[in-house]
Ligand binder design. Structure first.
Ligand SMILES: Nc1ncnc2c1ncn2[C@@H]1O[C@H](COP(=O)(O)OP(=O)(O)OP(=O)(O)O)[C@@H](O)[C@H]1O
Ligand SMILES: [Mg+2]
Ligand SMILES: [Zn+2]
Length: 539
């Protein structure tokens, strides 16, 4: 069976970890000084090494070698690597989130390690535990037996009760810097005898936005054709013109009044198969990124972007005035609202580009920029060359993050259960208290070994709802959206496998509604009038 790159190259010892030096240092030190905590909480972005580190720590605690632990080679290390070591218990809280699961765990915690020194419980996706399960877990965390270590891992620590947080040593996993990703990929390519140029790997790294799993999955895709030589163009061809560099360039052209080049760039992007409306959305998101980087010091998390990509944004934002940015946002939002119902969205966008680039504010500032920024341009072009990453988060996503756990709306729940009873038997494999998030998680656990862009949509997509005939998924960027569509058939198969019912994938339009709400002047006026109790006119 084919093994995805990111699984074939899972680090087995601390030294193989990319980045996360701050965490490795602490854990290694605790191992050598025998000052291990009894509970850890590993937090951070997907694909940055939480589960991997939990396993390495488990090895370190049970390694038989004399010197540096873990050795990765002794009997115990190998058994843990294989997943056959009985004192290391991994539990996926997405599928075992009930009180009874934790009760079982509590029962087993009482027994001392059978063969190893320490029993290690790794609870992945711990934020998905039910309230009852959290309470049950709390009791164990309060009075942990000797020789037991808990490692809880989550991407969403804010969903954990304070009582749990306060009992764990929290370690935050960071997005892995581009250079580190590049050297990691270089080592793999060497190992596989594949030649790659450094800028090709930089482009992949920029797209991965700090996730090692994403970087390796993109690399996997690029290698899947069997070629032994990978250039930047190959990567570009695979990624398409959806990366940040297109928006950096487009913005630059428009802001410096180079209308014809901007129109040509648009035409190139569309010829590459990009959807006009999607382009508008992504461009607007780019401006949102510029706006935010004017105000927020380290916007990686709000924008869900790597440090390097936020730096590219910051370089561009520095050259723009707030008024320029806001002007474009208003103009683009208007164009999007118009384009929504127009059969000719492209013309509207072209018109918008002309307006923006010929606009007074752009030309007035042009002189200033030309004088002051010959250097800046150079810098930026360099950045653009190495750039990409369609890591542009959409307007709505920030709101989505604040939303509570997704649950199936009542009427839709009914639709699911109708299918259950329909044929007289339990066709639906969904547990009673299942959550959309847990279901989505299980689908990716199942598809781990797929040799497609499948693993790239593990991060950046979320299951929004399930209806009788469809499941609705949103994507955080157009790149992820593309992969989502590419993998529709696989997702539909897996969805059927996990729910017992065939449903079609529908991709949620993420920003349309949000943007419409924000740009519907009449609606804004109506709201203002209601709030103020007077007649309002918006110019
Ligand atoms: N820091 C890292 N160094 C080297 N490889 C890594 C690192 N982080 C992740 N990987 C690669 O990505 C794969 C997935 O990593 P892992 O399961 O540890 O991520 P995670 O943080 O637990 O992600 P998730 O939040 O999705 O569970 C690993 O098999 C490995 O190939
Ligand atoms: Mg994990
Ligand atoms: Zn060992």
């Amino acid at each position: 069976m084919y093994q995805a790159l990111y699984r074939a190259y899972r680090p087995e010892i601390f030294e193989e970890m990319l980045g996360q030096k701050h965490i490795v240092k602490i854990l290694k030190n605790q191992l050598t000084t025998d000052t291990i905590n009894h509970a850890y909480l590993f937090c951070g972005t997907r694909g940055t090494g939480k589960t991997t580190t939990a396993r390495i720590l488990a090895k370190g605690l049970n390694c038989l070698a004399e010197g540096e632990k873990p050795c990765g080679k002794c009997e115990n290390c190998l058994a843990i690597q294989e997943g056959t070591f009985i004192d290391v218990i991994e539990m996926d809280a997405a599928s075992n989130n009930g009180v009874e699961n934790i009760r079982e765990l509590r029962e087993s915690v009482k027994y001392p390690p059978a063969v190893g020194r320490k029993k290690v419980y790794i609870i992945d996706e711990v934020h998905m535990l039910s309230t009852g399960a959290f309470n049950a877990l709390l009791k164990t965390l309060e009075e942990p037996p000797e020789n037991v270590v808990f490692v809880l891992a989550t991407t969403e620590p804010q969903k954990l009760p304070a009582t749990i947080l306060s009992r764990c040593m929290r370690l935050d996993f960071r997005r892995v810097p581009e250079n580190t990703l590049v050297s990691g990929m270089q080592a793999i390519c060497e190992d596989r005898g594949v030649r790659t140029s450094e800028d090709a790997l930089h482009l992949i790294a920029a797209n991965a936005d700090g996730s090692v799993r994403d970087a390796l999955s993109i690399l996997d895709q690029c290698l899947s054709g069997g070629q032994m030589n990978i250039s930047r163009d190959d990567v570009l061809e695979f990624l398409g013109t959806s990366g940040i560099e297109v928006f950096l360039e487009m913005t630059d052209l428009v802001q410096s009044g180079r209308t014809s080049e901007a129109i040509l760039l648009l035409s190139k992007v569309l010829a590459d198969g990009k959807d006009v409306r999607q382009f508008m959305r992504d461009w607007l998101s780019h401006y949102r990124g510029l706006l935010i980087s004017k105000f927020v010091q380290n916007p990686q998390d709000i924008l869900n972007m790597s440090l390097e990509n936020t730096e590219r944004l910051a370089v561009q934002a520095e050259k723009l005035d707030l008024s320029e940015i806001s002007c474009v946002i208003v103009e683009l939002a208007k164009t999007m609202a118009d384009a929504k119902w127009s059969p000719q969205p492209r013309v509207l966008l072209e018109l918008c580009i002309v307006k923006l680039s010929e606009n007074g504010f752009a030309t007035a500032l042009l002189t200033k920029r030309q004088e002051g920024d010959a250097q800046g341009k150079k810098r930026q072009h360099k950045a653009m060359e190495a750039a990409d990453g369609n890591n542009i988060q959409t307007v709505k996503e920030e709101k989505k993050e604040k939303k509570a756990d997704p649950v199936i709306p009542a009427d839709e729940e009914a639709a699911v259960s109708v299918e259950k009873t329909d044929c007289g038997e339990e066709r639906n494999a969904l547990p009673e208290d299942f959550s959309l998030e847990a279901l989505w998680h299980r689908i990716f656990e199942d598809g781990e070994s797929f040799k497609t862009s499948f693993n790239l949509i593990r991060s950046g997509t979320s299951l929004e709802a399930i209806t009788e005939k469809e499941f609705i998924v949103s994507a955080s960027s157009s790149l992820k959206l593309r992969y989502l569509k590419e993998n529709a058939a696989t997702l539909e198969d897996l969805m059927e496998k996990h729910t017992g019912v065939r449903r079609r994938l529908r991709c949620a339009e993420q920003t349309d509604e949000a943007i419409k709400q924000e740009t519907d002047i009449d609606a804004i006026r109506a709201m203002a009038e209601e709030a103020l109790g007077i007649k309002v006119e918006i110019e």
